[in-house]
Design a binder for this molecule. Sequence first.
Ligand SMILES: Cc1cc2nc3c(=O)[nH]c(=O)nc-3n(C[C@H](O)[C@H](O)[C@H](O)COP(=O)(O)OP(=O)(O)OC[C@H]3O[C@@H](n4cnc5c(N)ncnc54)[C@H](O)[C@@H]3O)c2cc1C
Length: 411
Amino acid sequence: MTECDVFIIGGGPAGSIAAAKLVQAGYSVEVVEKVKFPRFVIGESLLPRCNELLENANMLEAVETAGFQYKGGVAFENENNDIKVINFENNMGQKHNSSFQVRRETFDNLLLEEAIRFGANVTTESEVTAYDEEANIVTVIHKDGSKEKYHAKKVIDASGYGRVLPRLLDLDSNSHLALRDAIFCRVENDLRPTDGTDGYIYVDVVGENDAWIWNIPLSPTVTSVGIVCTDEYYRSFNMDQEAFWNHIVKNDPHASKRYAHATRINEVGFIGGYSSNVKRMFGKNFVMVGNATEFLDPVFSSGVTLALESGSKAAELTIKELKGEAVDWQVDYQDYMMIGVDVFREYVEAWYDGRLQGILFSQAPGSTKIESKIVSVLSGYVWDTKNMFVTTPTHAVNATYKALTGKDPHS
Ligand SMILES: Cc1cc2nc3c(=O)[nH]c(=O)nc-3n(C[C@H](O)[C@H](O)[C@H](O)COP(=O)(O)OP(=O)(O)OC[C@H]3O[C@@H](n4cnc5c(N)ncnc54)[C@H](O)[C@@H]3O)c2cc1C
């Protein structure tokens, strides 16, 4: 039996930041990761809040010096081909007002290396297969087939799409969001915007709001291009994923120009029905972080932000608990995380039902104060109690929509 203070399942961003914080506080940490790193995972566009969280964990310097593509904001294009640019520097005054677009294989590997540098013990190509909640013992099968048991004071499940504890403890629950698919690949030599937004993510609505395309520049020449739509819409084309990707890109006004002379540099990938949820985020001896808990939707690039936030928060609370201080995991962790998740959920719903597009593309003279509050949310500052778009998201979105468009929300 291997003993440690904290056992972490998975070495993605949520697991790495938790490990880094715990070992820097003096605790012994074992991270067990199923696959060999570097490994690909989807989710390449970060938010400024990530920079703040990485800075708090002493990991920002490594990210800043790694040469990732600078991201200053978001450009949205609607079905009428109007363009709205969101500059992160127009936030409510938060310190971090830019972020990065990252190849996740490089970014995640860097964070895991940082956790190792701080003192975490990381074992890759080893899979967590069982968990005894009462005894807090985790079973791992290593690459060579050998079995090892770990006993920890706390277990943190950061297994992302693997959803290890939700599956083993029957904690999975259905997401209330519509099932959507993503069809994506990387291309080289696309034609970038020339108005200074070339490093921004470009979110482009397809047809009459049938789908949207993410355009994420990863370097001066390589761009990630993904199409997001309902499964019903994708199936209606009766095409395989590559034919569908080619068809949509060829027929969309923005994409057809941008990718006219670009070359695809990898296979077209597919992820279906990606939204997920859990019945609860913690138990007596464990806590779940990142995508192992809830994943909403890629439209506002919130996934890694929530993964880093929950990994950080879980580590901070675990440190308190290990010091013998009282922690109310419901209030201090789950309720706290749900504040940010619920703000993003409101924005995701408002994007798909048209309210947010109504606000972003309104021709009415907008208030810069309101805009800065929306920019802050889109920057990932979804726990800022000075922002009414955080404290009362539905009311703030609906009232702004009505004021700017003159229409009733949901009419
Ligand atoms: C279509 C799509 C687009 C997205 N775009 C964005 C975006 O632009 N920006 C953004 O911020 N987010 C985006 N996301 C979300 C992003 O992918 C995730 O939120 C993020 O990867 C979560 O990080 P994590 O650390 O929780 O999990 P992961 O990054 O998934 O890491 C979990 C790790 O756990 C390991 N693991 C799994 N099972 C086991 C096991 N049994 N034993 C040991 N290890 C195990 C895995 O191998 C993996 O390395 C997108 C998601 C989708 C579906």
